[in-house]
Design a protein around this ligand. Structure first.
Ligand code: SAH
Ligand code: SF4
Length: 357
């Protein structure tokens, strides 16, 4: 497999391609014009493009399925060079705002949910991605290319702000080197220029890797997929909790360099009759007392074959109210794209089962 130009920082390309000003031009083609092929790069000499095409490809992804939800969510299924597939989701977070005359005063805001692996090794019992097992890590270029592809497909100009959440398929911290490289490439000033503040790494809680990521000081946010307040239930839901238990995660979070104005997000997947009771909410408040935290409650999204159920809205709201009344910031994640099953892994599974033509 040839590497992609998207696998490299500008500095790395400068050491591989001469003269330097061509690298700047190529960077512009990749990240400002979203070139998908050498042919797109109009001002690059043919000889150089031929030389480069011996060593590199431009775009490692091909869109093979796309599903659009009524709320503006678009889910993409990509095929990689080796034929494996993975997905990314385009999420509309805020609608365009118009004034009385119909002029745009605030453009719509979007977040892109990216994958970091094909499959996942963690094996959470509630997660559809886990059912397919682990296939391989994504390269840095394959991670970067997801944002390029979605911006290209939605005609989203390079200088428009975008947020990234690493909440697609895979466990980002289980692919830490490529993740860190992708974060750096996203941050490139002459590239997509997406600051660390706009990138959130979601993890099932590999505590030692949370420390490693913290030491890299990339300026990113972290979100912890907590889901349970006692180790017994957490180990049932996330088997590797045996090795990285709740207290080891909390300690790692306390060591993580966090912008003092920001909070660490704790995701709590609510499953009916498992963790949706007020006793759990009470324990959660206690667990997070010393942390500047915010909690995001997620409805369990059922899929065929699962033994877990979606909680009732009343239980969800009662849980949220308890947290808020005890001083915790807490939101309920609206199930964006629920009509296209946007929870991680679901489009891939359906396509492989031949349900989507
Ligand atoms: N591996 C990382 C990031 C990818 S999973 C992690 O676990 O944090 C991203 C999110 O999708 C997690 O918070 C996970 O809890 C959620 N998720 C997985 N399966 C789900 C389901 N069936 N319904 C709702 N959310 C789900
Ligand atoms: Fe992996 Fe996250 Fe799914 Fe768990 S929830 S299996 S860590 S992708």
């Amino acid at each position: 497999m040839k590497p992609s130009l998207l696998d490299f920082t500008q500095k790395e390309l400068l050491s591989q391609i001469k003269p330097a000003f061509r690298v700047k031009q190529i960077f512009g083609w990749l990240y400002h014009n979203y070139a998908s092929d050498f042919d797109d790069m109009k001002n690059i000499p043919k000889a150089l493009k031929e030389e480069l095409s011996q060593k590199y490809i431009v775009d490692p992804l091909k869109i093979v399925n796309k599903e659009e939800s009524s709320d503006g969510t678009i889910k993409y299924l990509f095929e990689l060079q080796d034929g494996k597939t993975m997905e990314a989701v385009w999420l509309k977070m805020k609608e365009t705002q118009l004034d009385d005359k119909g002029e745009v005063i605030q453009e719509a805001k979007y977040t892109i949910c990216v994958s970091t692996q094909v499959g996942c090794k963690v094996g959470c019992t509630f997660c559809l991605t886990a059912k397919g097992g682990f296939t391989r890590d994504l390269t840095a270029g394959e991670i970067v290319a997801q944002v390029v592809a979605l911006k290209r497909d939605n005609d989203h100009k390079h200088n428009r702000k975008i947020n990234i959440v690493y909440m697609g398929m895979g466990e980002p911290l289980d692919n830490l080197d490529n993740l860190a490289k992708a974060i750096e490439i996203y941050k490139e000033e002459e590239g997509l220029c997406i600051s660390g503040k706009r990138q959130t790494v979601s993890t099932s809680g590999l505590s030692n890797k949370i420390d490693q990521l913290g030491k890299m000081d990339l300026g990113v946010h972290i979100a912890i997929s907590l889901h349970a307040v006692d180790d017994e239930l957490r180990t049932e839901l996330i088997p590797m909790n045996k090795a990285h238990n709740i207290s080891s995660i909390i300690e790692a979070v306390k060591r993580f360099p966090i912008d003092t104005r920001k909070r660490v997000m704790f995701e709590y997947l609510v499953i009916k009759d498992k963790n949706d009771d007020i006793a759990s909410a009470k324990k959660l408040v206690k667990l997070l007392t010393d942390i500047k935290a915010k909690v995001n409650l997620i409805y369990f999204n059922p899929y065929p074959g699962t033994t877990y159920d979606r909680p009732t809205r009343a239980d969800m709201v009662a849980f949220q109210e308890y947290l808020v009344n005890h001083g915790l910031l807490c939101t309920i994640r609206d199930s964006k794209g629920i009509d296209i099953s946007a929870a991680c892994g679901q489009l891939k599974e359906q396509t492989e089962q031949g349900e989507i033509k």
